[in-house]
Structure formats: structure tokens, C-alpha cells
Design a protein around this ligand. Structure first.
Ligand code: 173
Length: 487
């Protein structure tokens, strides 16, 4: 039985040496944990001696506080008769829930851009800045999409397309269509159901989610909501033992089919939108227990606050270390050059994700679809040595079909899935359904009946971007020239 505590007693515990917060009717002692809070001490301090239920609920899963604090840090239960209006006051302003009522019905959402439009109007300013934003000038983010539109279909006609199939195998897993949900940090910023909505919708729709290290719900809860299978994205921790423990948990879950290791942000890039919008609430992530804030001007807001743990010393030799800790397929996520694709083959990886982190890594890095084309032109052997996945800028079923024609075995969808989380699980299912139908229609209009069997570069005309792919020989000759100049 928990002790009933009057609000007047709670409000006295309002300083760093002794700090209590009320969350969902229970009183917790945050004194020990406050310096370790991944989102920083300030947000806890702001609610010292007060009710933090609302602000807590915007960014954390209901059970996180119980899982994080010791049983001895649960002080008691609030005595309801002692609560005054003031205790509920928070400094947080715009929230997702307060605006949800005005969102258009899902029937009116007919493509993924509609979801983005809703997000731009209904997400909190901070969530929109974090999710929609990318690095520096957002050039790579936007060009990822734009370049896809400079690849033309070369449709075949009269191929009896009365029925079409999109089934595919991705890293040994059977899918209804070759789509995976990209790993993204802190999905709960987009909507309360967060990664749980993604897990459930991926299952009902027959696709797969790649769970992120920096997820907002605890890994156990996401895995519980995952009936059968998922991928897992790993940021390698500076403290390797922490990564090893996480990999062990992944191995033992029996649900994870591949380990994606993110390699394109050894340091977090400059995320200016994220930096500019000061948070109402400091969003953090459930599975990361280290915090390194920055007092410099490198600028990445919430992302940087939660990324101090990422090991920038990661190198290709670490693939061997990873291999020593898991039997799962290892997929290197964030390949941006065809030479690195070859490296992944040399180091014995089972897959790569051609990706620039949705333009959130090096700004002005080449669009992902261009990298895929470079692989086709400069090292086509890679496609049979490992699985080539891709993400970045995919918004239409036709974009997906183009990537599959250029040799990708699966396509990742990131931001649009988060925008769909505004509507919870049904929203995510709706988004996946839209994509599937668009894929089928694009196939039929191009004369394909089975996506995997029929897709080939013959269906796409890349002449508008071919000249952007430097030939292998060209760069090799440049190297020799440089060498000769030195001599
Ligand atoms: O792109 C991101 O925002 C990202 O990868 C990340 C990394 C660490 C914490 C939160 C998000």
C-alpha cells in the first residue's frame, strides 16, 4: 500500500538536493536520477514539487518512470483532495493532443504528402522542426526526392496486368511488399503511440519495422508489441559493453531478423531547425542512459542532446567485433559511395542501406538514388554479393518501383511513417496501404506483374542523371595524375 501524500508535502521537495515529481497520481523522488536524465536536469527542475504528468506523457511511455527509478524512489500516492489548480500548471504550451481534434479524417489522406501537410500544421513546433528538419540547408533531404523525379519509366504495354504481385523477401524475411519502416529516434514526438503504432501496423500490413536505438518507448515494450519480426538499428556506444548488452538482448529476443549498424553520423550534423526551436519539453529517448549536452555552436538541438553516446571512432574493423556478438545478418546503414559498398562486401556484411540519413548526415551528400545508380554502373557485382536496401526521399509507390528496378531489394520509409503516427496505428496502416496500391498501379502501368521477377533496369530511363555518375576509370585516372604530379 502506497502512502497518501498531501500536495503541500510534495511542493516542499523542490530543490536539487531533494526533488519530487508527481506523475499519474504517484510521487517519485528524482534526486538521484536527475543528473542522469538523458533530456537534461532542467526539465525535471522545472517541475520540482509539482505535477509533471502532462509533460511526462508527451515524451515518455507510461511505464518508463517505473522502469528507471528504484522501488525505494516511489514515495507514495497523491492525496487527491489536496490538489490545487496550480499544481497542474505547466510551462508546456502546444501539444499534439490539443490539436488532434481538428485533423482531417484519414479518408481525406490520399497520398503521403497529405500526411506531411497535416504534420506541418498539427505537430508541435518542436516535433515538426526535429522530424522534418535535416542538416544545414536541407539540400540533400530535398534532392533525395527531386532526383527520383528525373528518372523516367519506360513502360511496356499489353502484358496482361490483370493481377499483380508485390511479395518479396528482405534479408530472409517474407514481406507483402519490399518496404521497411526506417529506424527513427523518439517517434513518440509524432504521436503518443510512437513505435508501438509502427510495430503493430507493420505486422498487420505484412511489412517490417527497423527499431531504433534512440526509440522513445523502451525496447522491451516495442518488442512486446511486435508479434513476430523486426530489424534493429544499432548506434555503437562509446562504451562498447553497453552495445554488447543491447546486442545480447536483441539476439535473445528471437524476433530480430537483422542488425542495421548506422555509420553515416559519426558525429551529429548541424540540425538548424531542431536547434532554433526551443523545446516546450525536452524530448529524450528511453534506451539511452548517457547525456552530453554541448555548449558550443555546432547546433543540433534535441538530437545532439541525445547522441553523445555515439562512438565516432567506429571503423570497418569493428564489423569483426560485431560479428563476434551476433549471428544475425549485419547491414551497414548509411552507404553513400560505391566504394564503401564494395568495402561492405569485403568485410563480410550481409546487406547495406544506401542512405544519407534522409539528408540528416552530411548536407550536399549525393541523393541516395544516385548512389544506387553508381552501384549499378561501377560495381554491379555488389548486388549479388549482399542485399542492397535504400532510403531517402521515397514518397510514391512509383519511387519504390524505380529503386527495385535499379537493384534494391527493399525501400525504407522514414518521415512519412512518423507523420502517420499522428493518427496512431490506423494512420500507419493507412499510409502503408496507400504505398502498396501506388506500387501496384505503377507496376500495372509499366507492364510488370510480379515486382521481384519482372523488375529490371530496362523499365527505367536514367539518361537525365547518367552523366552525374563519374566512371570508375575517370576517378582512377585522376588518382594517377595526382600521383604523377607528386613525382
Ligand atoms: O537522425 C537522428 O535524429 C538520429 O539519428 C538520432 C540520433 C540520436 C538520438 C536521436 C536521434
Amino acid at each position: 500500500m502506497l502512502r497518501k501524500v498531501p500536495m503541500s508535502e510534495v511542493s516542499q521537495h523542490n530543490h536539487d538536493e531533494n526533488i519530487w515529481l508527481v506523475i499519474s497520481g504517484k510521487i517519485y523522488d528524482f534526486t538521484r536520477f536527475m543528473p542522469e536524465h538523458p533530456g537534461g536536469a532542467d526539465v525535471i527542475r522545472r517541475y520540482a514539487g509539482r505535477d509533471a504528468t502532462k509533460v511526462y506523457g508527451e515524451v515518455h511511455s507510461p511505464n518508463l518512470v517505473q522502469m528507471t527509478l528504484h522501488p525505494s524512489e516511489v514515495i507514495g500516492e497523491i492525496d487527491d483532495s489536496t490538489i490545487t489548480f496550480d499544481a497542474h500548471q505547466s510551462t508546456a504550451t502546444k501539444t499534439t493532443s490539443s490539436t488532434q481534434a481538428e485533423m482531417p479524417s484519414l479518408d481525406n489522406i490520399i497520398n503521403l504528402y497529405d500526411l506531411e501537410d497535416v504534420a506541418s500544421k498539427h505537430l508541435s513546433q518542436k516535433a515538426w522542426a526535429y522530424i522534418n528538419g535535416a542538416s544545414n540547408d536541407n539540400i540533400t533531404r530535398d534532392e533525395n526526392q527531386a532526383l527520383m523525379r528525373r528518372i523516367w519509366f519506360r513502360p511496356s504495354v499489353m502484358r496482361d496486368v490483370s493481377s499483380v504481385g508485390t511479395r518479396a523477401k528482405l534479408l530472409g524475411t517474407d514481406l507483402e511488399c519490399p518496404i521497411f519502416i526506417c529506424p527513427t529516434g523518439a517517434v513518440r514526438m509524432a504521436g503518443n503511440e510512437g513505435e508501438i503504432a509502427l510495430a503493430k501496423a507493420a505486422a498487420t500490413m505484412g511489412i517490417i519495422q527497423c527499431i531504433a536505438t534512440a526509440s522513445s518507448y523502451p525496447l522491451e515494450e516495442i518488442l512486446d508489441a511486435t508479434p513476430e519480426r523486426a530489424f534493429f538499428q544499432l548506434y555503437v556506444n562509446k562504451d562498447r559493453q553497453k552495445s554488447e548488452a543491447l546486442i545480447k538482448q536483441i539476439n535473445e529476443s528471437g524476433k530480430v531478423r537483422a542488425l542495421f549498424i548506422t555509420v553515416d553520423v559519426p558525429v551529429i550534423s548541424k540540425r538548424e531547425a531542431d536547434e532554433r526551436v526551443k523545446p516546450d519539453v525536452v524530448i529524450d529517448t528511453a534506451n539511452i542512459k548517457t547525456h552530453k549536452g554541448g555548449s558550443d555552436k555546432k547546433g543540433a538541438g534535441m538530437t545532439r542532446q541525445n547522441s553523445g553516446f555515439i562512438d565516432s571512432a567506429l571503423s570497418w574493423n569493428d564489423i569483426e567485433w560485431l560479428r563476434g556478438h551476433t549471428k544475425l545478418p549485419i547491414v551497414v546503414k548509411g552507404i553513400q559511395s560505391w566504394r564503401d559498398a564494395k568495402m561492405a562486401v569485403q568485410y563480410g556484411c550481409q546487406g547495406i542501406v544506401v542512405s544519407n540519413h534522409g539528408g540528416r548526415a552530411a548536407d550536399t551528400a549525393q541523393p541516395a538514388i544516385l548512389t544506387l545508380l553508381e552501384l549499378q554502373k561501377n560495381c554491379p557485382e555488389v548486388f549479388s554479393a549482399l542485399e542492397v536496401l535504400i532510403d531517402g526521399g521515397f514518397r510514391r509507390g512509383s519511387d519504390v518501383v524505380k529503386a527495385i528496378c535499379l537493384g534494391a531489394s527493399g525501400v525504407g520509409i522514414g518521415r512519412p511513417m512518423l507523420y502517420a503516427v499522428q493518427y496512431g496505428q490506423v494512420g500507419v496502416e493507412h499510409a502503408i496501404q496507400i504505398l502498396r496500391e501506388e506500387i501496384e498501379t505503377a507496376m500495372q502501368l509499366c507492364g510488370m506483374t510480379d515486382l521481384i521477377r519482372d523488375s529490371s533496369p530496362d523499365y527505367v530511363n536514367t539518361c537525365q542523371i547518367d552523366h552525374l555518375v563519374p566512371s570508375k576509370r575517370h576517378s582512377y585516372l585522376r588518382k594517377i595524375e595526382r600521383f604523377q604530379t607528386k613525382l
